[in-house]
Design a protein around this ligand. Sequence first.
Ligand SMILES: C[S@@+](CC[C@H](N)C(=O)[O-])C[C@H]1O[C@@H](n2cnc3c(N)ncnc32)[C@H](O)[C@@H]1O
Length: 307
Amino acid sequence: MKPNMEYLPGYEELAVKRLPQMEPEQFQQWAALLKQRTGMRLPDNRTSFLATNLGMRMRELGINDYQTYFDFVQKGREGAIEWDRLVHHLTVHETRFLRQESVISLICEEHLPACREQCSSPALNIDVWSVGCSTGEEPYSIAMAIDDHMQQMGCQYYLGITASDISRSALAHGRKGIYSRQQVKNIEPRWLDNYFSVTDDEKFQVNEDLRKRVCFNHLNILDIGAAPIGMMDIIVCQNLLIYFDKEQRIAIANTLAAHLKPGGLLILGVGELLNWKHPELTRFTYANTLAFKRQAHLSDGQHGPDA
Ligand SMILES: C[S@@+](CC[C@H](N)C(=O)[O-])C[C@H]1O[C@@H](n2cnc3c(N)ncnc32)[C@H](O)[C@@H]1O
């Protein structure tokens, strides 16, 4: 039988700290703000998820009602900082090293050999963009795979990875590049030896050489049209588009396509964008991937985003 909380000592204090009930209109108001600012859809059955996460921050700030907090996150510099914090709690950051092995083999077994064949200079320049990079496992996996492959091939190369995300906390984690034993369990011992050092508290930190190649940038994907992102050889955007509606997915994919160099490869999450076609991109069929290749030379009248 449940205890009757009204008769327990300290109940009043507990009641003050209890989450306020979230009314459907309040949910709609927050969901609309989230959608407008991040593009994320919050389905109606996520009320308790939203209430729990808002409630956590509200309690820390001593705010007792959703409306006050709603007004607060929209006001001034403090509101903007608070919004950044909140976004981290409301977005999904699940990721892991070598999450999609087929993507790694597509890059190393298919794409890089083709680039090497077409490259006339002694060193290959490789610019990669990991879009929605979370805490860094995806860009570091790509960096390790490319470095390992190019060394084994005995090829000179320059690698620069742009890793962007809307969550500043996730980016800060990525910049440090420190992971637990559990988080690195998918990485083969040779790569662990080559690319990580063990910290005093038995964690694994990505070596400085590799960290220097990955540049973490705060970027809301909805603002990519205005972002100072250059042209890329490889763009990877996985497990992010699923949070957007179809029109936004298409708009984002079109903008990513515009950032691809001739011959560049765009890799999306499998099943994240159905029946999308782009006049300058061709579907590149490779098992367990959703990839597109930009034609090797731009024809007259076709320009990148900088044109
Ligand atoms: C599920 S993680 C995917 C991580 C990695 N790409 C992977 O596949 O393992 C999704 C990431 O997208 C980020 N994200 C969500 N909305 C975003 C937006 N509007 N702009 C940029 N990043 C966003 C989240 O912060 C989160 O880190």
